[in-house]
Write a protein that binds this ligand. Sequence first.
Ligand code: HEM
Length: 317
Amino acid sequence: MADGETTTSLWEEIVDALNAVNGSHAGRRAVHAKGMVCEGTFAASPEAAGLSRAAHLQGDELRAIVRFSNASGNPRTSDANPIAGRGIGVKLQLPDGEAVDMAAVPLPVFMVSTPEDFLEFTRARIPDPDTGEADPQKVIDFITAHPETATALQLGLPKLTPTTSFATSGYNGLHAFGLVSADGETTWGRYSWVPVAGEQYLSDEEREAADRDYLRQELGERLAGGTAEFDLVFTLAAEGDTLTDPTRPWEGKREQVVLGRLTVTGVVDEADAAGGGPLVFDPNNLTDGIVASDDPILAARSPAYSVSIERRMASGG
Ligand code: HEM
């Protein structure tokens, strides 16, 4: 079998496993299936242009398309699910007609460091057809064999609990990216979207009383009377920090630079925002002045997303 065939089948297997965990839902994403699309603007800070020559970091106000989502692949998942998790996709429209994409989640580090482990961990969570439940022992076995997953869950679970709003959740890009300046110098870091309103979580009582679609309702109301704002914060890598393993926290204090501010102004229809094609947020869709690290999870995202996109388009998405 040729190398290309082996690689291709891994992405199919990953999306098959995600579908087996969440169900297959025609026209929907394999994960982050429930979401709402918004529009807004992004303006880079004066510091950003010093670090990167990228077109979106020069300070001009750019149009942004933003999709907030629940992490599940089930489009009917409840926003009040205690470990629901969320996501943000941000597409910044560049002056030349191209775009830069970002997609981030509340987890401080990712759960696995390779696509093969992602497949194995996802398969461990596939429900048994007889009971409709996953076998907890399979998940325990995986976590026992992968201490990095145990750490990620320990750090991440408190961040997955429902927030009062999509606008009061933090979202982390998790991978290292390099900002390349006008004179060719590269600064490595990880980015986060930090809510200007602060991170705010529901109490247990509020969560139990919350409507299954409260996040959508809340954001619609918030944007009808105002905006939702996030700072794009870049945490600079220190000597010895891994640039390729998204499961590893960068422990201790790091220099941070605010690269700009995203202002979400209103809800839009996904089909209109997509402009005829599928709306996709691929973190490898970059531009001159920003480079991806050799993180195998980052590399895995484009081909895995492509399988999901092809399937959702083929089934009416
Ligand atoms: C091997 C690792 C991963 C796999 C296999 C994977 C898989 C997927 C797939 C199949 C989709 C749906 C794509 C579509 O139909 O458009 C998706 C969406 C998404 N993923 Fe991942 N993902 C991975 C890692 C990550 C990481 C590390 C993050 C965050 C840093 C992330 C954040 C998101 C977000 C926010 C979305 C929703 C984007 C939207 O609103 O369209 N994923 N992922």
